[in-house]
Design a protein. Structure first.
Length: 255
């Protein structure tokens, strides 16, 4: 692969999307098929949280991690085991300080549910970078900037979380109409991206509706990493929509 690879962010939503056929899942499958084939995918998922450090996996073959409870049995029968990418993982680690050693860890559902849609054959090497949960938004945005050189080395950077993620107010109906505050915050984020105010999104609590839309930042941090890694590249939106009234399922592509 030659040339700079895109950066992708996907609002992954419920684990049920791994087995559903809906406009969101079809859009992400179409996105995957449209991308240039990378040498490896670096996934930053909302479901690998660390504190005060960054960790990298990809040292050994992956197990599928079922880090969710109370879902239908069919979800727990899914396996997704792409090749690990230890060389790319070490290249990513070298951009960090201190540089973590790639470790043996499986793929959490924030990673495998999205990767399975994008690369159903599980034939693209993968590794993950954890999210330093207590760190500030600016840290994650700047982390994306640090990781951006990987795009020129055949690595596709994939963030997996949700721009709006309020489980406390979630409607059990996946197709419930979005709350106005969900839609407003999601569209404000899009406006800031398209108008060149990307760095301002790091301090989401200063944005109207930020505390309600992002009550905890675990799903927002992967978005900021992708946003930083996207540099000033033009953004496009492979999917725009909402699930369960209180989740934004927006997907972005920086290329």
């Amino acid at each position: 692969m030659t040339g700079r690879l895109p950066v992708i962010f996907v609002g992954h939503g419920s684990p049920m999307n791994a087995v559903l056929d809906n406009p969101f899942t079809r859009a992400i499958k179409t996105l995957g098929a449209s991308l240039p084939r990378p040498e490896a995918v670096l996934c930053v998922s909302a479901h690998w949280l660390t504190e005060g450090e960054l960790r990298v996996n990809g040292a050994e073959p992956f197990e599928t991690i079922y880090d969710f409870f109370g879902f239908p049995d069919e979800l727990y029968r899914i396996t997704y085991s792409p090749p690990p990418a230890p060389v790319a993982a070490r290249a990513a680690a070298s951009l960090l300080s201190p540089a973590p050693e790639p470790e043996a860890r499986g793929l959490d559902h924030g990673a495998w549910t999205v990767l399975r849609m994008m690369y159903p054959a599980a034939d693209v090497p993968v590794f993950q970078l954890s999210v330093d949960y207590p760190a500030e938004g600016k840290y994650h945005y700047e982390l994306g900037r640090r990781l951006a050189p990987l795009r020129d080395k055949g690595v596709l950077i994939l963030g997996s979380g949700n721009i709006v993620h309020n489980l406390r107010l979630m409607d059990p109906d996946m197709d419930a109409a979005p709350f106005s505050w969900n839609r407003d915050f999601d569209l404000r984020v899009k406006e800031y991206i398209d108008s060149g105010r990307r760095a301002d999104l790091a301090d989401y609590l200063k944005l109207p509706g930020g505390k309600l839309s992002v009550p905890t930042p675990d799903h927002y941090w992967p978005f900021l990493v992708a946003l930083g890694a996207g540099l000033e590249d033009q953004a496009s939106y492979p999917y725009e929509g909402y699930h369960h009234a209180s989740l934004s399922m927006r997907a972005l592509k920086f290329a």
